[in-house]
Design a protein. Structure first.
Length: 276
């Protein structure tokens, strides 16, 4: 039986998800703190109680805040750009782990994230998956409209492609149309990848009308950090670029604004396929 969590620190990066999560955490936990490590200096929550702004890897300041509020449980959300480790200001905590972080950075982002979890665990903090904390609010549990056999084949091709690329610690999403790979997500992220689709369609010789966005966690990816996320912007970009199927992992993809998301699926007539 899992130990009941009665305190939580949300360490939030860029995108809107940490802001939505803040309200959920505030409702559920009396003892909580939100540490903003994003590049956004205009976070409207910064003047709120229990909210702090830190630079990435200001570990000593972070742990002092956690101690102040007697926090033992952590949750990471949002996008974070990998820093230049040679330019970080070392504090008493970071200096203990900087060599491990530098080594991890040479092995890819996934290893850096694993190293971050290990650092906090070593300092006495437990990292939790946001999905485990809020399964009902942020998980898509019902598919929408059935996909055809041809679309299933494209989904399977996309999954196979992403799985094969996992060892390069890169893509979480790709776009497939009639067996043809239109795009693979790189460092730009899903939304910017989607913005390229219409121009790609115009350049290729074959006739491509619709397509499928496949978005999956990497093979052996820790579900405690950097989970695939979809939201209203994802669907808007899909509609704009004439993609008619979204295929995601059933229990390891976060959705922002769940009710509005299902309404947008209906509005744009986009099929939602959940992969077990």
């Amino acid at each position: 039986m899992k130990k009941k969590i009665d305190n939580l620190a949300l360490i939030g990066g860029d995108n809107d998800l940490p802001l939505f999560a803040y309200n959920s955490i505030k409702r559920k936990y009396k003892n909580f703190v939100y540490i903003d490590i994003s590049n956004n200096n205009n976070n409207k929550l910064l003047n709120s109680k229990h909210v702090y702004k830190l630079k990435i890897f200001e570990l000593e300041k972070c742990i002092n805040i956690l101690k102040k509020y007697k926090i033992s449980q952590l949750c990471f959300l949002g996008d974070v750009s990998r820093p230049n480790f040679s330019k970080l200001t070392l504090d008493n905590i970071l200096s203990k782990y900087i060599s491990k972080l530098v080594i991890a950075s040479k092995l890819g982002d996934a290893k850096v994230l694993d190293c971050i979890i290990d650092i906090f665990n070593n300092e006495g903090y437990q990292t939790n998956s946001f999905i485990d904390l809020f399964p009902n609010e942020y998980i898509l549990d019902k598919a929408f409209l059935n996909i055809s056999e041809d679309e299933k084949n494209d989904v399977n091709k996309g999954i196979s492609l992403l799985n094969s690329l996992s060892k390069y610690d890169n893509a979480q999403s790709c776009v497939i149309s009639n067996g043809y790979v239109l795009a693979i997500e790189a460092a730009e992220g899903t939304d910017k990848m989607l913005s390229r689709i219409n121009s790609i369609k115009k350049k290729i010789s074959r006739s491509v009308v619709e397509g499928i966005l496949v978005k999956m966690p990497k093979v052996n990816q820790s579900l405690k950090i950097d989970l695939p996320t979809v939201g209203l912007t994802t669907l808007e970009m899909m509609h704009k670029n004439k993609l008619n199927v979204l295929a995601i992992s059933k229990n390891s993809t976060i959705v922002v604004e769940k009710i509005k998301f299902y309404k947008a699926l209906i509005k744009y007539k986009i099929k939602l396929h959940l992969v077990d």
